[in-house]
Design a protein around this ligand. Sequence first.
Ligand code: OGA
Ligand code: MN
Length: 282
Amino acid sequence: MRIQPLNDDFAARITDIDLAQDLSESAIAEISAAIAKYAVLVFPNQPLTDDQHGDFTRRFGPIDKGLLLKTKRKRRLENPDVMDLANVDHDGNVLAATNVRNVSLVANQYWHSDSSFKVPAGKYSLLCGIDLPATGGQTEFADQRAAYDALSDGMKARLKGLVAEHWAYHSRNMLGGGGYSEDEMNNLPPVHWPVVHTVAGSGRKSLYIGIHTREIEGIWTPEARMLLSDLLEHATQRQFVYRHEWTNHDLVMWDNQATLHRGRAYELGELRQLRRCTTEAA
Ligand code: OGA
Ligand code: MN
């Protein structure tokens, strides 16, 4: 495989590899080393079936089911490892722009880290682009290691030992609610993670924040929310961001423990279809 950095140590493109094949241990080790260094990997031209997508993902750890285990929504895809990010109904027709099922897709346009709202949280996400809108709909990634490194010494000292609460439905509620029942929401109570952690693989320190965070233990809610908002603003400055412009059959893999990501707006009435598999953090 050929690994071309897109920046010094954030985001790389990997070519000359076929992810549909049963890859050798050494190839998987090479990809693991690359993601430890670059945190985001772009594999162009990988038209994988759902089974191949799941099989490749499982080489990096157990599959994370995100919200799927906790919600009662009927699934469109057969393979239970694959998350369906498509604005279509069960017959494949594009949803009306205001359909409540679009809320979770729009919520992906907030900066977030996949499955930070559960234990174990998400580690790697592998997202395949299948149908992309003509304009908009890019995905952006922000390097949370570089963002941590760039904090002042005073802020690093302030964040030491702080623990944030992450809740899955905070982002949906911010958008006016995603049509989830009280039961569903109570089924997935908030979890707590340090605001700064060390990333497995690289040993680098990283911020761990995003739209799922809504409290910091021991800090008055308004002050905590403003601190989280200030941190997010710092952490998503352009110098920390790689913007992915999708081409069909790109597979983008990222480390949720080292990055934040968000989708960019698109015409909701236009087809946009991606599929994601995620692994659990150890
Ligand atoms: C995701 C996600 C953003 C996008 O797949 O986890 O947040 O651009 N996607 O669809
Ligand atoms: Mn996501």
